[in-house]
Ligand binder design. Structure first.
Ligand SMILES: [Fe+2]
Ligand SMILES: [Fe+2]
Length: 272
């Protein structure tokens, strides 16, 4: 420690993709020299098209490593019903990462990703019973001084605005799971708008709650609400005292993602 995590999301390689923004991201990401790059899903716009996967794989390779990546709902084919029903993440596994539930560790830090996009739902996501059990097992191996971070594509709570029903299935249970596992920070995407919050605002009987760090779309034209036509990502710094989140918004004048808001949360002092 301290560690630096760059969190990008919703690349949407395909028609809404903005190549110049992606080039700026690659330049800046290397300059930042993050200890970890997180990509929280929606690599492609339409998972049926091999050319989009090729371009997404090229972009991923151009970004710095190490990386922890999870798929989003757009990474599941829409038109190919066979793949959608029987092998929804086969293309993602072939082109992006075979590991659907990745784990990354450094001394004092554990980051656990999980696929929340499954074949049958078009937009929603879920954490299965097996994934919940795995999360408890993995995080149970780490003591109170280790910063525990989870990465899901789908959010567990809505930011202000017209985002009803776009959170993960059984969101209160997912929030309680994060709380029970002493997860300090959830990195997510999907809604194409930046949001920093805390699960204590929506579920009131939690021990300490979990900080929400949601990225907008980093490289596509699909930004929503206040981020319509904008591109965003987050820079997270973790040390023994605090978690600092800088919300970065792309600025054409500097051709860079610039910090527009900064949040500091004290690290937890122990298990409940
Ligand atoms: Fe998306
Ligand atoms: Fe999504």
């Amino acid at each position: 420690m301290p560690y630096r995590i760059l969190h990008v999301s919703d690349l949407h390689v395909g028609p809404p993709f903005c190549k110049p923004i992606a080039e700026a991201l690659v330049r800046q990401a290397h300059a930042l020299r993050p200890d970890l790059l997180v990509i929280s899903g929606d690599f492609v716009q339409r998972a049926d098209f091999p050319s989009q996967w090729e371009a997404a794989r090229t972009l991923r390779a151009a970004l710095p490593s190490p990386q922890l990546v999870v798929p989003g709902n757009h990474d599941v084919p829409l038109f190919n019903l066979y793949l959608r029903l029987f092998a929804p993440l086969a293309l993602y596994r072939q082109m992006i990462s075979r590991d659907l539930n990745p784990v990354f560790t450094l001394p004092g830090l554990v980051v656990v990703g999980a696929v929340t996009a499954h074949g049958l739902t078009l937009d929603g996501g879920k954490v299965s019973q097996a994934q919940a059990a795995a999360l408890r097992t993995i995080l149970g191996r780490y003591g109170p001084d280790t910063c525990k971070i989870v990465v899901w594509h789908h959010p567990v709570m809505n930011p202000p605005g017209p985002y009803r029903d776009r959170v993960i299935e059984a969101a209160p249970a997912a929030i309680r799971l994060l709380d029970a596992c002493n997860v300090e920070l959830l990195l997510c995407g999907h809604l194409h708008v930046t949001f920093i919050g805390n699960t204590r605002n929506v579920v009131h009987d939690l021990h300490q709650g979990t900080i929400i760090c949601q990225s907008g779309t980093t490289t596509s034209r699909r930004g929503h609400g206040p981020e319509q036509g904008k591109h965003s990502c987050n820079l997270i710094e973790v040390d023994a005292q605090a978690i600092k989140i800088s919300s970065l918004l792309y600025q054409a004048a500097s051709d860079r993602f610039e910090s527009t808001a900064e949040y500091v949360f004290p690290r937890r002092t122990g298990e409940f």
